[in-house]
Write a protein that binds this ligand. Sequence first.
Ligand code: 5AD
Ligand code: SF4
Length: 443
Amino acid sequence: MSETVAKTFYLETFGCQMNAHDSEKVVGTLRQQGYRQVPTVEEAGLVLYNTCSIRDKAEQKVFNRLADYKKYRAQGKQFGVLGCVAQQEGEKIFERAPYVSLVCGSASYQNLPQMLVQLETGGQRVTGLDDRETDKCFETEYTARTNPHRGYITIIEGCDKFCAYCVVPYTRGKERSRTSVSVLEEARQLVDLGYSEIQLLGQNVNSYRDPDGKKTFAELLAAIASVAGIRRVRFTTSHPRDFGRDIVDVIDSVPALCDHVHLPVQSGSTRVLDAMQRLYTREQYLERISWIQAARRDISLTSDLIVGFPGETEREFEETLTLMDVVGYDSVFTFKYSPRPNTPALGLEDAISEAEKARRLAVLNDRQKQIGAERNRRHVGQVLEVMVEGKNPARGQWIGRTSQIKVMNFTVPNGIELTTGSYVRVRVTGSFPNSLVGEMAGA
Ligand code: 5AD
Ligand code: SF4
C-alpha cells in the first residue's frame, strides 16, 4: 500500500446531531495526523463509519454497510467502526466483520491519534472502548466544520438518565460537562470563522454542570448569546425532568436565544412514562409546557414520541394523542419502540406487533400533520426574520429558517441576490404542515 493511499480516509456518519458533530471533530483530528479526507471508499486507505444504535434499523444499516464493503478488503484497505455501535458491540465486531481493524466508542476519541499510529504499524484489532467511567470530554481545536450556517458546540457528553428503552447511557458513557470558559472560547472562535448561529449540543443539556461552578445552563445560554457577532443560539436536547423555569426566563429576556424548545415527552400516559423510567408524569410535563406557553415570546415546541412501548394499551396510546392536542407541537419525531441491548426494557415482553406499532405510528403522524398545519397557519401575515440557507433555482425561490427553525421558501424582488448566512425579513404568505412560504420584506 503506497504512503498516499494509506494516509487517506473516507468517513460516513449515521445517527444524531451529536454524531455528526463528533465526526467533524474526528475529521479534524485525522487531518492533524496527516490524513486527507476523500469522497469515496475506492480512494481511501482507511474507511470509517461513525455509527448509531438508537434503534434496530439504524444498527442494521451499519452492518449492511460493513457487509457491502467486504469486497474492498482484498485491496488492503483498513476498516474502522466508531460511535455507538462500536461501543455497544465492542470486540464482537471483530468476530462479525473480521476485516475491521479499529473499534472505537465516542468516549475514547481523544485517544484516536495513538490508535491511528497502531493502525499504521499494522495493528489488527485496535480498540478504544473506555467504559462509562471516563471523565474526559472530546475537545479539539481542529474541528472540521461542515455545516456552513450553524456552528455546533458540545457542552455536555453522555447521559445518566437510564430511560428503560435507551441505549445512550451505555454507548456514550456518564454525564460530563465542559467548562463554560472553554465553551465560550469555542463560541468566539466560531464567530471568527464567520458563524452567527450556534447550536449547543448534549444528550441532556439541562443537566449541564459547569466543572468550575461558574455558570448554570441558563447563565451559559445568556453568556453565549452576548458574545459579539452571535445572532442565534439553539440548544438540544432538553429533558423534561431537568428543564427549569429559568430557561424560559432567559429565552424571554435574551433576543438572540431562538424561540424554540425541543422537549421530548415520549408518551402522554403517566403509567407508560413510569415504565419508561422517564422520571416525570403527564401533569409535570404539562406544567413545563405551561411555563413555556406563558412566555412573552412565541416559543415553538417540538418533541419525540415513541409508540408501542411494552405494555402500552390502546387507551394509553390515545393519551399520547390527547397530549399532542393539548400541547400543539409545531413538529414531532415519531418512533416505533425498538428493543435495545443492555436496556432495562429488554426484560419486558415486546408483545405489540409490528403491524400495530406501524398503525399507531401512522395515527400519530396523521394527527401531527393536522396540528402542524394548524400551528403554521398562525404565521401567515407575520413578518419573520430568516437566515438565508440557499436557493432553489428551479423554483426561483430562496430557502431559509426562522428562529423557530421552520423552513421558509421565499421569493425576492427581481435582481436581488442574497448571500447565504445573511438575515432577511420575510412576510409569510402561505403555510404547509412542515414549512412556510413568503416574500422578502426587507433586510
Ligand atoms: N426505540 C424507539 N425509539 C427510541 N428512541 C430512543 N431509544 C429508542 C428505542 N429503543 C427515540 C426517543 C429519543 C429519540 C432520540 O429516539 O424518542 O428521544
Ligand atoms: Fe444514535 Fe443515540 Fe448514539 Fe446519537 S447518541 S448516534 S442517536 S445511539
